[in-house]
Design a binder for this molecule. Structure first.
Ligand code: APR
Length: 177
């Protein structure tokens, strides 16, 4: 039986099998959690990301997809990079892209035989996704995937700040649909 929980923490400090990075399509780092993960992982992470194939000029990971690398200096042995949608009002497939992030991250985790995965609140920072809608998509999508593939035993929704944390607590408190 998989356990889903929310914590308030810096994701780079978590001793899990994989931390998830809310990256951009270049996979060459940025601010927010992307910057924190690259700083904590060290230059080897950037070097590994840079070596990943570009699916089109400047794009190593299209929005909604995921790529896995080693964790380098992080406690977590793996980093799964995913690119959330930029919020543009809700009429541009944002919800499906965000659900795709969670599905594709878990597919890579499952394929790698991982048992614990920590997610940040993908797209809820710079990309401006409304928090309540994003956390509902996160929890619903993860619950749906794990109901079919229980090999992943622990999911940690890692929150920066009270707003995100309470949004996850509310969502996790709702019975699965
Ligand atoms: N640990 C956990 N959560 C964090 C951390 C951290 N160390 N740092 C930031 N966060 C939180 C933010 O507070 C926000 O709630 O992660 C969530 C996602 O915010 P962003 O990092 O801004 O990610 P996102 O909204 O998906 O935007 C991605 O920002 O950093 C750039 O390169 C990145 O272009 C990409 C864009």
């Amino acid at each position: 039986m998989s356990v889903l929980r929310a914590v308030q923490a810096d994701i780079t400090t978590l001793a899990v099998d994989a931390v998830v990075n809310a990256a951009n399509e270049t996979l060459l780092g940025g601010g927010g959690v992307d910057g924190a993960i690259h700083r904590a992982a060290g230059p080897g992470l950037l070097a590994e990301c840079r070596a990943l194939p570009q699916v089109r000029p400047g794009v190593r990971c299209p929005a909604g997809q995921a790529r896995i690398t080693a964790g380098h200096r992080l406690q977590a042995p793996w980093v799964i990079h995913t690119v959330g949608p930029v919020w543009r009002g809700g009429g541009h497939g944002e919800a499906e892209l965000l659900a795709g992030c969670y599905r594709n991250v878990l597919a890579l985790a499952q394929k790698q035989g991982l048992r614990s995965v920590a997610f940040p609140a993908i797209s809820c920072g710079v990309y401006g996704y409304p928090v309540a809608a994003a956390t509902a998509i996160a929890v619903t999508t993860v619950r749906g995937v794990l109901a079919r593939t229980p090999a992943i035993e622990e999911i940690i929704f890692t929150c920066f700040g009270e707003t995100i944390f309470s949004a996850y607590e509310d969502e996790l408190g709702r019975q699965p649909a």
